[in-house]
Design a protein around this ligand. Structure first.
Ligand code: HPA
Length: 269
């Protein structure tokens, strides 16, 4: 746990107020951090033992400050397995947030729509996930100080927070979809056959993040609320190829909806 202490010391030295909520911004959703008032910016590179994000459009920094009247610690840009980061490096900042005393973690991501009832630009509340990465951030010796060896995942996506999200969407006039997020490694998009298989398994959206962070949060007792922006329909749903540009274009176009939703959730928390 020595590494955590060194990271925490570096962060505490820079941060002002005690953060209440953690917020992780997914692909193309970084601009939400620009709304944070009295922002203190700490690049990941300035935090000892933190890996640095290399994904395009992921700024790679903590932004701490006030959003919707609450103290937030935001990750503008997350770490992904496809960048070569091991799962435990990806969840390192989640554990830091827990140790800093945040009460809940909000995760956002860009995802492909598997559910054919969804439309590009929709927001989906993640009710549960299916981890198809074949990996876990909890592999290896258990960090007993953080949580148990065999931790429960039944309520990882906290029911109480999900109820608040539904209320927040209603207040904002946003049609909120709900469903199961399938986590994959990437970086390639899926094949149409994979998407048909994921649909049979019960998946509604697919993406390359979030599941490790949710697992680590559940392990250390940090309640999670997670939203997917459906930036594209998954492979084979529409008769067209997928591209990273489409993901970023939709995220940029519809990011305002997610920002309003996140802010309303913060007000209701
Ligand atoms: N597949 C996997 N990850 C994604 C997708 C997708 O279609 N869209 C955005 N992230």
């Amino acid at each position: 746990m020595k590494c955590f202490e060194e990271s925490l010391a570096a962060l505490r030295q820079r941060l002002g107020a005690q953060p209440e909520f953690g917020l992780v911004l997914g692909s193309g959703l970084g601009p939400i951090a620009e709304e944070i008032e009295n922002a203190v910016i700490v690049p990941y590179a300035d935090v000892p033992h933190m890996a640095v994000s290399t994904a395009p459009d992921h700024a790679g920094r903590f932004v701490a400050g006030t959003l919707a009247g609450r103290q937030v610690l935001c990750m503008q840009g997350r770490l992904h397995g496809y960048e070569g980061h091991p799962p435990e490096a990806i969840v390192y900042p989640v554990r830091l947030m827990k140790l800093l005393g945040v009460k809940a973690l909000m995760l956002t991501n860009a995802a492909g729509g598997i559910n054919t009832g969804f439309e590009v630009g929709d927001l989906m509340l993640i009710d549960d996930h299916i981890n198809l990465t074949g990996k876990s951030p909890l592999t290896g010796p258990n960090l007993d100080e953080l949580g148990p060896r065999f931790n429960d995942m039944s309520y990882a996506y906290a029911p109480q927070l999900r109820s608040i999200a539904v209320q927040a969407a209603e207040d904002c006039g946003i049609r909120l979809r709900r469903g199961v997020y399938v986590g994959v490694n990437g970086p390639q998009f899926e094949t149409p056959a994979e998407i048909r298989a994921f649909r049979t398994l019960g998946g509604d959206a697919v993406g390359m993040s979030t599941v490790f962070e949710a697992i680590a949060a559940a392990h250390c007792g940090l309640p999670v609320l997670a939203f997917s922006m459906i930036t594209n329909m998954a492979a084979g749903v529409l008769p067209q190829a997928l591209s990273g540009e489409e993901v970023n274009e939709t995220a940029a176009r519809k990011g305002g909806d997610l920002r309003r939703l996140v802010c309303r959730v913060l007000e209701l928390l």
